[in-house]
Design a protein around this ligand. Structure first.
Ligand SMILES: [Zn+2]
Length: 404
């Protein structure tokens, strides 16, 4: 068997394509394979599929292919334009690469597999490519897979924001609670992000009125966005955000009080964690502080009681417990606590909705930490576009349909 025949088989070339010549340069660590079509070769029209169209002209192109052992491999071919009697002059697509790419499909498949598992820069180093070119590959496959995605079955959605870049840029994430996958990621954190999500849903075979349950934080923007754009959705306020609201109030009380009580300095974490997750030393310290008639200790007791709402057996018991908690908190004479209590009271129905829906944003927190880790490894993605693409790739459960 001649080496050109071997390569022709390995590349899976079918007539009229064939390997014309090879050049192996051990010193330059590269293998160049020249592919050509047989003289007088004819091609089907890419537009109307009419067979046997004659070649109009050709242009030389190069693609990087999978490495040949430790050597980089390149394919070269003159790609033809044909003349179709019905459609005129048309560009022919080669079977080993997609139009416009400088890589073969198999090279791109390997690149995508690596980029799913490691930061883009690391994958680029491993493959000996510039990461700008790797990003171009990633964007193509992610965008194509997302275009195909079908959202007709989506019923329950968790919505949360995440820091997009350093500073004040935010990205909102929309997660399918049942499939545990990111449906949509978009800049900002206002009501308009939910309008954009509703549009994206429609573009993917879904419908805004299909959404029956959403989990959000208590921000007015998200509430308005859901009310305006997802007419059938019942709102559950995320319990982690609700607890955090009360936690933040405890910390405000502590910070104000610590001005006159130095023993409260640097004790923030003691009051924010739940007791079982503290160290033995932390527990002793907390126990000692709680005997000192501190405002912070009172605020802390109110915070502990708030969490117990979620341990009630039914929505009815939850409601009873919440109202009693509110009565206690509002008489606490602790301004931050009273402020938090009023906010909880205003969002009472959505907080109690948890007893029926049992949905929370813990799932998004997990996805968020994956995205943030990927972002950190890439030393901050240059744009929200790249951050969105990596989010879809890591957490979108996309069907990439990579060539094999
Ligand atoms: Zn045609």
């Amino acid at each position: 068997m001649r080496d050109t025949d071997l390569l022709q088989l390995a590349l899976g070339l079918v007539p009229p394509w064939m390997v014309k010549a090879t050049n192996f340069d051990a010193e330059a660590r590269r293998l160049d394979i020249e592919i050509d079509f047989t003289k007088g070769g004819r091609f089907p029209c890419p537009h109307c599929a009419k067979t046997d169209c004659p070649v109009h002209d050709t242009a030389m192109q190069t693609w990087r292919h999978l490495d040949f052992f430790q050597h980089q491999a390149f394919l070269h071919a003159r790609t033809p334009r044909i003349t179709c009697p019905d459609c005129g002059v048309k560009q022919i697509a080669v079977p080993w690469a997609r139009p416009g790419s400088g890589f073969t499909l198999l090279f791109e498949a390997l690149a995508m597999t690596l980029m799913t598992a490691m930061p883009v820069a690391a994958a680029a180093r491993l493959m000996g490519e510039h990461d700008t070119r790797m990003w171009r590959v990633l964007h193509h496959w992610v965008e194509q897979a997302r275009e195909r995605a079908d959202y007709s079955e989506v019923r329950r959605v968790a919505i949360d924001e995440t820091a997009a870049k350093r500073g004040h840029d935010y990205m909102s994430l929309f997660v399918d609670i049942d499939k545990r996958s990111v449906l949509f990621a978009t800049e900002g954190r206002g009501a308009e992000t939910i309008a954009k999500f509703a549009d994206d849903l429609e573009a993917h075979n879904g419908h805004a009125s299909n959404i029956k349950q959403v989990c959000i934080d208590m921000s007015a923007a998200f509430i308005k966005g859901v009310t305006d754009n997802l007419p059938e959705a019942e709102i559950t306020f995320d319990k982690f955000h609700a607890v955090k609201l009360v936690n933040d109030a405890v910390d405000k009380v502590r910070r104000a009080e610590s001005k006159g009580r130095p023993e409260l300095k640097r004790t923030r974490y003691l009051w924010l964690k739940n007791e079982p997750s503290l160290s033995a030393r932390g527990r002793r310290q907390l126990a000692a502080l709680t005997t000192l008639h501190l405002k912070t200790a009172r605020a802390y007791q109110i915070r502990l009681a708030f969490q117990e709402i979620y341990q009630q057996p039914t929505r009815g018991w939850g409601a009873l417990f919440l109202d009693r908690w509110y009565a206690w908190a509002i008489r606490s004479r602790l301004e931050p606590i009273k402020h938090a209590a009023r906010s909880i009271k205003r969002h009472r129905e959505g907080i109690l909705a948890w007893f029926d829906s049992h949905i929370a944003n813990g799932l998004i927190e997990g996805i968020n930490s994956l995205v943030q880790a990927a972002k950190a490894k890439a030393r901050g993605y240059r744009s929200t576009r790249t951050l969105k693409a990596i989010t879809y790739l890591i957490a979108g459960k996309l069907d990439l349909r990579l060539p094999t």
